[in-house]
Design a binder for this molecule. Structure first.
Ligand SMILES: *[C@@H]1O[C@H](CO)[C@@H](O)[C@H](O)[C@H]1NC(C)=O
Ligand SMILES: *[C@@H]1O[C@H](CO)[C@@H](O)[C@H](O)[C@H]1NC(C)=O
Ligand SMILES: *[C@@H]1O[C@H](CO)[C@@H](O)[C@H](O)[C@H]1NC(C)=O
Ligand SMILES: *[C@@H]1O[C@H](CO)[C@@H](O)[C@H](O)[C@H]1NC(C)=O
Ligand SMILES: *[C@@H]1O[C@H](CO)[C@@H](O)[C@H](O)[C@H]1NC(C)=O
Ligand SMILES: *[C@@H]1O[C@H](CO)[C@@H](O)[C@H](O)[C@H]1NC(C)=O
Length: 445
């Protein structure tokens, strides 16, 4: 008799638990759906999917957020197609695609995969990836559709930023318009692969910030050096080329996002304070603004004015450096040729390398020097191998643009050798000839 109350509590507990379990499922089948107010929770409780209203908005969106930090939405399904009421639902349609419908059963959004699973289920994985897969093949990682292919403003571990080459499509991060509106803003964070891969924030017609090229271990110009939180990776396979990262410690929760002001931020969850800590934010200072100093100049935050012309160039007007659009570094002696005329190279140390480079992976630094000296349109060269990860000779054949001195100890910068006319030699510039041997050793001594 004494045990009865206990037993009934146990029963109700079990009942409660089973209800809890069914409401906290991580997947739906074609007979199920998620209405506004219901959610999916990934199996280890990392992520949750459901309907939400951002900031002051009354519109409803389908999103994925951290279970521990529900205000951080890492993916939004219907960024441009908000639902005005609480009547939306997420279902699996007859043809096996994931569909978001409104009150009138009209389709707001549909996963348009060409491959259709025979036994479709939609599952929220612990990585934060929402996938459409075949329930008879749950071990397979081949998904008919996945949210990771359509990033919003956040890159999670396991996501790819960059290019699928066959078929060609690009994954980029696009910030929210504002805290209240997840619609895509104008700019985006992309992997620029026109030369050695680099990160760029901007619109298709205008770059606003650019990293240095990937050196095999990291991007130059971004304050991410010596970080103990995550391992950055640039993956180049036959049919893809992308940036990704993974935390060194798998229990660390970290994310990369672009905020509505166009800043890229790296954040880490602090369990003790139950909040997010910003590891770095980029752009960091005024010298990060794309082409802040115009061509043939570089930017250094440690001195004023921030801009300085390269040797052999001088500023074209008296108005100082406060109008970046009009300022120009022009040749000091326009008639002096720096082509086979006794010219040399000026070494600039710890620089974010300029934009629009040209790479030859099989040349070492000595050959690189010789090739650049020989070719009159070569403005500068650098050793990509300096980062320790890649090899190759970088050369520039256009005006040098968007160079920054990386003086803080968190930002990777490297040596670049810039062509200067003979008249500038001796002013901190040394002339080298091919015969003098290993250019790198000499220039570094
Ligand atoms: C599947 O159905 C949805 C809506 O029912 C439609 O939008 C979509 O185009 C269909 N996809 C295919 C591959 O037929
Ligand atoms: C749904 O249908 C009702 C009645 O036909 C209509 O007034 C309303 O505008 C529709 N809503 C949407 C979102 O299409
Ligand atoms: C559907 O396909 C079009 C064209 O291939 C693509 O631009 C779009 O992003 C796709 N949408 C979804 C939700 O997969
Ligand atoms: C399971 O997926 C793998 C890889 O996508 C595929 O090769 C295999 O045929 C699938 N098996 C079934 C039973 O569908
Ligand atoms: C790279 O340099 C090597 C050695 O100078 C040369 O043979 C090769 O053609 C160059 N590659 C390209 C793509 O220019
Ligand atoms: C200099 O290099 C550029 C780019 O590789 C090339 O187009 C041009 O032909 C070269 N000029 C000479 C004189 O070798």
């Amino acid at each position: 008799m004494e045990y009865l109350p206990f037993l009934s509590t146990l029963c109700s507990l079990i009942l409660l638990l089973s209800m809890e379990l069914s409401s906290a499922a991580d997947m739906i089948t074609p007979t199920q759906f998620i209405r506004d107010g219901e959610t999916l929770i990934s199996s280890s409780q990392n992520f949750e999917l459901g309907f939400f209203s951002p900031g002051k908005s009354n519109y409803r969106y389908v999103g994925i957020w951290y279970k521990i930090s529900p205000e951080i939405v890492v993916w939004v399904a219907n960024r441009k197609d908000p639902i005005p009421d609480h009547q939306g639902a997420l279902i699996i349609s007859n043809n096996g695609s994931l569909v978001l419908i409104n009150q009138n059963k009209s389709i707001i959004l549909s996963s348009n995969s060409s491959r259709v699973p025979e036994n479709p289920v939609v599952q929220l994985l612990d990585s934060g990836n929402l996938v459409l897969r075949d329930s008879h093949n749950m071990s397979s990682e081949s998904y008919m559709w996945q949210s990771f292919d359509y990033p919003s403003d956040t890159l999670l571990p396991g996501m790819k930023l960059g290019w699928n080459l066959k078929p060609l499509f690009e994954r980029q991060l696009t910030p929210w318009k504002s805290e209240d509106d997840p619609a895509p803003g104008e700019s985006s964070l992309r992997l620029d692969i026109s030369g050695v891969p680099q990160l760029v924030i901007g619109t298709p017609s205008r770059k606003s910030v650019r990293s240095g090229p990937w050196n095999g271990l990291q991007f130059g110009g971004i304050p991410m050096m010596h970080n103990k939180v995550f391992k950055p990776m640039l993956v180049h396979k036959e049919d893809e080329l992308y940036y990704a990262y993974e935390p060194f410690d798998k229990t660390v929760i970290t994310r990369l996002m672009v905020d509505p002001t166009g800043h890229m931020q790296r954040l880490v969850w602090n369990e003790k304070f139950r909040g997010w800590r910003i590891v770095y934010s980029w752009p960091y200072d005024i010298c990060d603004n794309y082409a802040q100093c115009g061509a043939n100049a570089y930017c250094r935050i440690s001195k004023t004015p921030n801009c300085i012309c390269l040797k052999g160039f001088e500023i074209n007007s008296e108005d100082e450096w406060d109008t970046p659009d009009t300022m120009k570094c022009v040749k000091k002696s326009p008639t002096e040729s720096d082509c086979r005329n006794g010219e040399g190279f000026q070494k600039l140390a710890r620089m974010k390398l300029p934009d629009i480079n040209w790479l030859n992976q099989s040349m070492n630094i000595k050959e690189c020097y010789a090739e650049c000296l020989k070719n009159c349109s070569c403005r500068a060269y650098a050793d990509l191998n300096e980062g320790g990860g890649s090899s190759g000779c970088l050369m520039w054949f256009t005006n040098l643009i968007d160079m920054k001195e990386c003086s803080d100890r968190f930002t990777w910068g490297q040596d670049i050798f810039i062509r200067v006319p003979a008249s500038e030699l001796g002013k901190g510039v040394i002339l080298f000839t091919v015969e003098q041997g290993n250019a790198k050793e000499l220039l570094h001594s």
